[in-house]
Write a new protein. Sequence first.
Lengths: 131, 488
Amino acid sequence: MTKINSPEDLLRMKEEFAGRLNPVYSPDDLTAPVRIRVAMATCGIASGAREVMDYLTEELEKRSIQATVTRVGCMGYCYAEPTIEVTLPGKEPVVFGEVDIRKADQIIEKFIRLGEPVDGIIPLNYESIDK
Amino acid sequence: MTKHKQIRIALRNCGVIDPQAIGEYIARDGYQALATCLTKMTPEEVIDQIKKSGLRGRGGGGFPTGLKFEITRKSVSDQKYVVCNADEGDPGAFMDRSILEGDPHSVIEAMAICGYCIGADKGLVYIRAEYPLAIERLKIALEQAREMGLLGKNIFNTGFSFDIELRYGAGAFVCGEETALIHSMEGLRGEPTFKPPFPSVSGYLGKPTNVNNVETFANIPVIINKGAGWFSAIGTEKSKGTKVFALAGKINNVGLIEVPMGTTLREVIYEIGGGIRNGKKFKAVQTGGPSGGCLTEKHLDTPIDYDNLIAAGSMMGSGGMIVMDEDNCMVAVAKFYLDFTVDESCGKCAPCRIGNKRLYELLDKITQGKATMEDISNLKNLCTVIRDASLCGLGQTSSNPVLSTLDNFYDEYIGHVVDHKCAAGQCKALMKYVVIDENCVGCTACARNCPVNAISGEKKQVHFIHQDICIKCGACYDRCKFNAIEIQ
């Protein structure tokens, strides 16, 4: 890893990583990846998030769908673990609760492939401080 | 007016970034605040910003954070320490664990800022060994920060050096008290000592030490980046910003929430929490853990902040919030917390060690239906003695669950003592299983399943439960297919 020696280095690093974290895609771009975040705090893992994450990673590759699956911390929805957030290219993120292997399969086939809704969507309920 | 009831400041990155990738933290303004502090501000200016923000300790005490920084800064010493208290111990609380598992860099960055403010080059995180994932992610984060030069010597080429080590706790509740925590880090017994001197004057190894909670630290980078004015615009007059709560108990949407100070309990329970489970009736909400108290229907519209919760007979605490419905017996709730305190008392001072044990016995007597009115007045007296005579916060607050339930649910105590009845049907000793003669068909299912042979009756005849033998296990009640057994 490169060392950060000044605030300018930090800003450069920020821009570099920001491009990777939140890339901008048009909805028509067929090569754009789907971004999936899996809530993997202790509680999420205990209710099966690791199995879901492994399944998603493997299956998306097998089914030739461009996607990045990342581990994140607690999303706060303890009553609906495991939870995942799916962002289709150019769309707003959607959070799904109580995702098991069967539900993950539905999400891939219906939501990601066809853009059709799947049960268990948790509406956004907080203000973000990003402006 | 914002659209949602929640604002995520301390939880801003939880569930958004990969906690094991420092780049994702940097992409979301990570370490910007540290850069600003080190290159553009004097320590006094940083302290001034934190004071102006109105941030108060999120571990429960509510001490103004900026003032604590200032006191530690003014203590003269060759060595000072920054300590992060991650010894989260309240039953049902997991705010700090979630922050450390979801956004460890925010705590690291804030500890470095604190080090700059007070003049320390060493930080310690006291974390309970029961949080293996939080420890693992924190270790990875520390390693990455060191590799990038964000921890270590000469950070941002400013001459400022800072590094952090981990210290593991064995999960003793009292070690969340700062003097006990410091003793535990020194390798001594986790026992509190009398304050003053406060750790900011004489703490770890006798040196000035600034102890803050995980959530307090997580707020600091945002205050620097967005300004004290932005932060202090959120919240109430004396409590600024937001508070994270672990919402648990008989509520539909159990979860981790972050609301602005001043949000009402009603908004938390009914709007964010989605109301009481199974359409039951709300009875109480417990805040502040074993040191806190129960709030009732009449407190539902009280804006949540440090001072209002104390005025209502509870406290903010670290953020555990347990919702209870009509099926919870409040005497049993008080007994549950006392059981916890008796277990966790370090034993150093007599009021806490012996007093809480006696308090527990009195509560047990009440739930057994064997108490008298004299016991109730003894209970009250004992509570005050323990509160006034205990050495540290654990004992000084351990009677709060009893005092607040006595205040708000005196009827229930009387019900147990005078009428020998537990209205919620939770206290086994006061329950009675009886056969409803009209419904009993004499199938013998209950008698065959009773583990202590307390049920007699011939086939196709009405059965009878012998109360002197019955152990109230409920097996008969579960097995009966004819609704012929009721609980009295």
